[in-house]
Design a protein around this ligand. Structure first.
Ligand code: AGP
Length: 621
């Protein structure tokens, strides 16, 4: 997820764009850049690191004045956070500048085509191909919007693009597919941005673009106004929705949500879809080229060890079921903070998987360093491009959740699960324990998950009401079996860190070995129920567990698959989730637990984005 701003009007484009980028920096802070049209050309500056680095560079080397410009704050997906990979990207002649949010799935083939036509590509990014393609298409027609339409028709994936051309100094053009772009319309000026936060200081009149649309904003010098023209990718005029922004600037950064926690829970369908982008071939085969571990080496792996902390550790616990089921390789899951002190048995045939949202967790970093000292290969699953853990690993599979600002991890967790499933499938594919059609089947199931999560999110008001009713509770227990057990652990962690409430997750089968002594009248117990299809033995056992605790007075809150009527008689509350394959069920059953914890925390008056005592990245052991 990146921040994009475009401007055409009568103010200083540099000032307007930089102010807009400051409002969008939460969307990405690996690097930043701006381009301004001036003196018949394009003047650009870009720097790795936070926006302040660019601002310092601009003090040392100011750009010429101009009233048309674009800017970008980057959350790296393809290519590390370097100056060269920072946006805007320009063509070789420096006549086109473009900024991008999203993932261009077919960038590798486009790069090859462009290189064959003599273009010199100077970055590792997918975005750069657009600058060269726009330059080619503009040369024949001197119409940037028309050039953008032609280029967009060649792109696969998700993208918001905003571009300028030195020969069209009164024009900024944008395009979107599966990625946000809004237009701000002011008095004699217009703005293009990833979200309204970038321009509501100037105007609250906005236009939301639809799927596969191109917008041209053009300063009309004579009339002193700015025209806005929107078409589809084939050039047909498009209907657009005008609206008035009634958020304040702070709310706008959160997309109108009450907190980044609320926003990031809501972003999970997009995050899951983005993490799959570019990784599934036309025939459904997995393409994890960035993994950079040859299939021959994967075939030699005789043990997988997942090391992680907190929520990432819970993702590893779920991954274990998939890895062992799909690859028939033993999989250990270890708390990173414990791992190296138990003198683990590791060798060159052990594959250590380090899961980390931030990529800076010291416990996990020290664990992977220990593994490498033992000669093991390390694969990082990480959400932060260029961070320490992937840098010190042999290979990395990035999740594409976008920046996760709230300390309590939500969308990163779901994307960690998706990445773990992909690694497990890739191992199975490489080792022949999963045939191509079987991999294809799971991949198709994964592709449906974003919609399933969307459906769960659409029906969360009963969960919020239940959470509010429990704001005074002393503790909540969470039970689960199979992959539902780590979900129970994650649900308990969310409640602890957000509501500051004691909560504990158990394997439901463990109840009778002690914890059932905790059950008393009115005790809220959340139970994550496995599907009744397939492994009905687990389902029947957990229904018995629910009856046991209900008989002792527990208030049972059951997360169950749509249609599972067997749970109704023993549930005080039922939260239905879509029918999902057994191993993928955590992707939908976790979501109500996140919403539950968040709403209960709000009901208790807690600050949900920065809970007390916690930090987003724990860089000490
Ligand atoms: C999750 O809600 C917590 N914020 C915490 O447990 C976190 O998952 C853990 O610290 C690991 O962080 P990482 O994923 O950045 O390595």
């Amino acid at each position: 997820m990146c921040g994009i701003v475009g401007y055409v009007g009568s103010q200083s484009a540099l000032e307007v764009v930089l102010a807009g980028l400051r409002r969008l920096e939460y969307r990405g802070y690996d690097s930043a850049g701006v381009a301004v049209l001036a003196d018949g050309g394009i003047a650009a500056a870009k720097k790795s690191g936070k926006l302040v680095n660019l601002e310092k560079a601009l003090v040392d080397r100011p750009l010429p004045a101009g009233a048309t410009g674009i800017g970008h704050t980057r959350w790296a997906t393809h290519g590390g956070p370097t100056d060269a990979n920072a946006h805007p990207h320009l063509d070789n002649a420096g006549r086109v500048a473009v900024v991008h949010n999203g993932i261009i799935e077919n960038f590798a083939e486009l790069r090859a085509e462009l290189a064959a036509r003599g273009h010199a590509l100077t970055s590792e990014t997918d975005t750069e191909v657009v600058a060269h393609l726009l330059a080619e298409e503009f040369s024949g027609r001197a119409d940037l919007a028309a050039a953008m339409r032609l280029v967009c028709r060649r792109l696969k994936g998700a993208f918001t693009l905003v571009a300028v051309h030195a020969d069209a100094p009164d024009v900024v053009v944008g395009a979107r597919r599966n990625s946000p772009l809004v237009v701000g319309v002011g008095e004699g000026e217009a703005f293009l941005a990833s979200d309204v936060a970038a321009f509501i200081a100037h105007t609250r009149s906005a236009v939301e673009l639809g799927q596969d649309q191109v917008v041209e904003v053009r300063r009309d010098g004579a009339a002193g106004g700015v025209g806005v023209a929107v078409t589809d990718f084939d050039g047909r005029p498009a209907d657009v929705r005008h609206f008035r922004v009634d958020w304040d600037a702070a709310a706008a950064e959160k997309g109108g949500h009450a907190s980044f926690m609320h926003k990031e829970i809501a972003e999970q369908p997009r995050a899951v879809a983005d993490t799959l982008l570019g990784r599934i071939g036309a025939d459904g085969e997995l393409i994890l080229d960035e993994l950079r571990i040859p299939a021959a080496e994967l075939r030699e792996v005789d043990k997988v060890v997942v090391v992680a902390c907190g929520t990432a550790f819970h993702a590893g616990l779920i991954a274990k079921y998939a890895i062992e089921h799909w690859t028939r390789i033993p999989c250990e899951v270890e708390l990173a903070s414990e791992f190296r002190y138990r003198d683990p048995i590791l060798d060159a045939r052990s594959l250590v998987v380090a899961v980390s949202q931030s990529g800076e967790t010291m416990d996990t970093l020290m664990a992977l360093r220990h593994a490498r000292e033992q000669g093991s290969r390390v694969l990082a699953i990480c959400n932060t491009n260029g961070s320490t853990i992937p840098r010190e690993s042999d290979a990395v599979l990035y999740t594409h959740a976008g920046p996760e600002v709230a300390v309590a991890s939500t969308k990163a967790f779901l994307t960690q699960l998706v990445a773990c499933y992909l690694v497990a499938l890739y191992l199975g594919q490489a080792r022949g324990t999963k045939w191509g059609d079987e991999v294809l089947g799971v991949v198709r199931d994964l592709a449906d998950i974003a919609g399933a999560v969307e459906r769960v999110l659409a029906d969360m008001e009963p969960v919020r009401a239940l959470a509010r009713s429990l704001a005074g509770a002393g503790t909540v227990l969470f039970l689960g079996r199979h992959v539902g057990y780590p979900v129970a652990l994650e649900g308990a962690l969310k409640l602890k860190e957000l509501a500051y409430m004691h909560a504990e997750g158990f394997a439901a089968g463990e109840l009778k070995h002690g914890p059932i002594a905790l059950v008393e009248e009115g005790l809220p117990v959340v139970v994550v129920v496995p599907s009744p299809r397939g492994r009905s033995v687990l389902h029947d056992k957990i229904v018995s567990n629910i009856q046991e605790i209900r008989a002792r007075g527990a208030r049972t809150i059951v997360i169950a698959e749509e249609g599972d009527e067997a749970v109704v008689p023993c549930a005080d509350h039922v939260v239905w989730v879509p029918v999902t394959p057994t191993l993928l069920q955590p992707l939908v059953t976790t979501v109500p637990l996140q919403v539950f914890a968040c709403e209960l925390a709000v009901a208790r008056g807690n600050e949900v984005d920065q809970p007390r005592n916690l930090a987003k990245s724990v860089t000490v052991e």
